[in-house]
Design a protein around this ligand. Structure first.
Ligand SMILES: *Cc1c(COP(=O)(O)O)cnc(C)c1O
Length: 401
């Protein structure tokens, strides 16, 4: 049967009927261990009772009312996000790209209302991913995504990853902000050193620029902190969130200091669905769990265990995996073989993982994952790697003979 979905994705021939915790059950009855979490979205796994209760409860009251009225659930979620971060103000959107659109607009507007409308350019990094809208594509600067979609949105200057001199050289009279993911997710789980972020913070302070973080993937507990920047010693002025924020319900957010947000006054921005009662009720439930005592400690503990076990697997199969990287439960295996082969071999073991740039396979288990599931996943990874290593050794032998 031909699909009527626009074929913009290459999809595995696999559909899921239900999930519980870190496990998904396919329509054919097979069970999969979900170490992809719908690309870091299902932070609390599948069918988490707290989220099911929150969405059911809110669904029986009111789903949506528009932002022309007070929305207590959104007020509460915004207050709690600010309480837990550098921020004073929050705008709710429905996705990561929309959150980043607001980040970009907030940065530009800040300078415009400060008497510098010429300061609108934003420095970004090669390999970054900020979304698929026209502006966020321009920010990400990846040719393969921009091609064929007309003129590229003006105002983004890309510099090589980790190149501070290039950043300094790119700062000019028109620069408004620097935008960076504290850990590049789609770009291959590349961790930005704390020193680099601190240097960016200093540069921004010295030149009157805003520092903006894209924490769409790294935020909401993924790295073992509520936000990845909290371990870096360099807080931003503006930050985008999405993915884990709704635990599977589509919601994004743009957080900013009062100063950075000063241009975003009545009528300057909007979203029909953004911050509606249903979405923000779920967001509050996600926060309830993430902020419950010991939860993030446990993420860090699980991360350590998983990282150690993965390092052992890497040492065992140097012809398959060359490096383990990442923080918390945003981990990357840099593959020696094509990363797609590794993802497929994991899937044969009934383990779901997600490819990323730089020939990396991402492991993004739900943050509720336990030791037993980590052990199970490592077993699957070990068997998959063993199979690939054997095949490679056999074909190398054949080539010699
Ligand atoms: C996923 C992602 C986005 C885009 O989010 P969408 O919800 O797909 O629009 C932006 N930035 C980062 C870092 C992401 O990982």
């Amino acid at each position: 049967m031909a699909s009527h979905l626009l074929p913009t994705y290459i999809r595995a021939d696999l559909a899921f009927e239900r999930g519980e915790g870190a496990w998904l059950t396919a329509t054919n009855g097979e069970r999969y261990l979900d170490f992809g979490s719908g690309v870091a979205v299902n932070a609390l796994g599948h069918a988490h009772p707290r989220l099911v209760a929150a969405i059911t409860d809110q669904a029986q009251k009111v789903w949506h009312v528009s932002n022309l009225f007070q929305i207590p659930q959104a007020e509460r979620l915004a207050a709690r996000l600010c309480e837990a971060s550098f921020a004073d103000k929050v705008f709710f959107a429905n996705s990561g790209a929309e959150a980043l659109e607001c980040v970009i607009k907030t940065a530009r507007k800040y300078h415009a209302v400060s008497g510098h409308p010429e300061k609108f350019r934003i420095i970004t990094f090669e390999g970054a991913f900020h979304g698929r809208t026209l502006a966020t594509l321009a920010a990400g600067g990846q040719k393969k995504y921009l091609e064929g979609f007309g003129p590229v949105v003006e105002g983004f200057d890309q510099v090589p990853f980790g190149d501070l001199d290039a950043v300094k050289a790119a700062i000019g009279a028109n620069t408004a902000a620097i935008l960076i993911e504290p850990i590049m997710g789609e770009g291959g789980v590349r961790v930005v050193p704390n020193q680099f972020l601190k240097a960016l913070r200093e540069l921004c302070d010295r030149h009157g620029l805003l520092l903006a973080y894209d924490e769409v993937q790294t935020g909401m507990g993924r790295t073992g902190e509520l936000f990845a920047y909290q371990r870096t010693g360099a807080a931003p002025d503006i930050m985008g969130l999405a993915k884990g924020l709704g635990g599977g319900f589509p919601i994004g957010a743009c957080l900013a200091t009062a100063e950075a947000a000063k241009g975003m006054t009545a009528g300057t921005h909007g979203s029909t669905f953004g911050g509606n009662p249903l979405g923000t009720a779920v967001g509050n439930a996600v926060l309830d769990v993430l902020l419950s005592p010991g939860f993030l400690d446990n993420v860090r503990k699980t991360s350590l265990l998983l990282k150690q076990r993965l390092a052992e697997v890497k040492d065992k199969y140097p012809t398959v995996i060359s490096e383990i990287r990442g923080e918390g439960l945003l981990l990357g295996l840099q593959a020696v073989v094509p990363n797609g082969d590794l993802v497929a071999e994991f899937r044969n073991e009934k383990l779901l993982a997600i490819a990323a740039g730089d020939n990396v396979v991402r492991l993004l288990p739900p943050l509720i994952v336990g030791e037993a599931e980590v052990a199970e996943a490592v077993g699957m990874i070990d068997r998959a790697c063993a199979r690939i290593a054997r095949t490679r050794a056999a074909s190398a032998k054949e080539a010699v003979a």
